[in-house]
Design a protein around this ligand. Structure first.
Ligand SMILES: CC(C)(COP(=O)(O)OP(=O)(O)OC[C@H]1O[C@@H](n2cnc3c(N)ncnc32)[C@H](O)[C@@H]1OP(=O)(O)O)[C@@H](O)C(=O)NCCC(=O)NCCS
Length: 187
């Protein structure tokens, strides 16, 4: 696997590594209960955001199982962080990667998450040699389900009560797509 060339641009967005200076923008969404609702964890405190930005700013190593690349998604015309896309290497040997997204609801409903995820998927296949890209999400997370379907990912599994979200049993969908299915018209 190689290293992703950063930053990169889409029609409306710039995707880059996070920096410590992104703290206010990141805490503005990571601190919201509505954003954490289907993430199976609590919203992040400001201090947790500081720590996470320190880790994220350090580089783009993406070689071993569990490595993740977290990209800040900014609007192309200003530096403000709108959200993030995560690409996690689930299996280096089998070239399997998991994609995820978290956006500030203040910038929702404009297709930014879909645009950023589509560009990240294209780079994962084209530059990182990913064979299969998958997403795992709570079945109640309809916004995220729609992102997967807009990307043309296939719903491959419905896992019933596969995780515990506080006292609620959460059920999940797994969506996936293969490199050979990722046509250039989706890029
Ligand atoms: C999941 C999440 C990113 C989806 O956000 P979103 O705003 O619905 O997704 P997008 O940014 O892709 O916007 C899509 C919407 O914008 C609309 N839209 C408006 N202008 C658009 C444009 N120019 N291009 C594309 N879509 C546009 C689309 O029609 C769509 O609306 P719809 O879902 O009502 O059909 C967001 O809900 C989130 O961050 N949730 C919290 C974190 C989370 O749960 N992450 C997933 C964990 S698995």
């Amino acid at each position: 696997m190689t290293t992703l060339s950063l930053p990169f641009s889409t029609e409306r967005l710039l995707l880059r590594l996070f920096t410590p200076g992104d703290l206010d923008d990141v805490h503005a969404y990571q601190g919201l209960p509505e954003v954490a609702r289907y993430l199976y964890r609590q919203p992040l405190t400001r201090e947790q955001c500081v720590q996470s930005l320190e880790r994220r700013s350090s580089g783009t190593a993406w070689a071993e199982d569990g490595d993740d690349l977290v990209l800040a998604v900014c609007s192309a015309d200003e530096e403000k962080v709108l959200g993030e896309v995560v690409l996690k290497l689930a299996s280096a040997q089998a070239r399997q990667a998991e994609i995820g997204w978290i956006f500030n609801p203040a910038y929702g409903g404009r297709g930014y998450a879909t645009e950023a995820a589509r560009a990240t998927a294209t780079l994962a296949f084209a530059e990182l040699g990913v064979h299969r890209l998958f997403a795992r999400l709570d079945v109640l997370n309809t916004g995220s389900v729609r992102v997967c379907e807009r990307l043309g990912m296939r719903r491959e599994a419905h896992l019933v009560e596969s995780d515990l979200d506080g006292e609620r049993w959460g059920s999940e969908y797994v969506y996936a797509t293969l490199a050979r299915e990722w046509k250039t018209d989706r890029a």
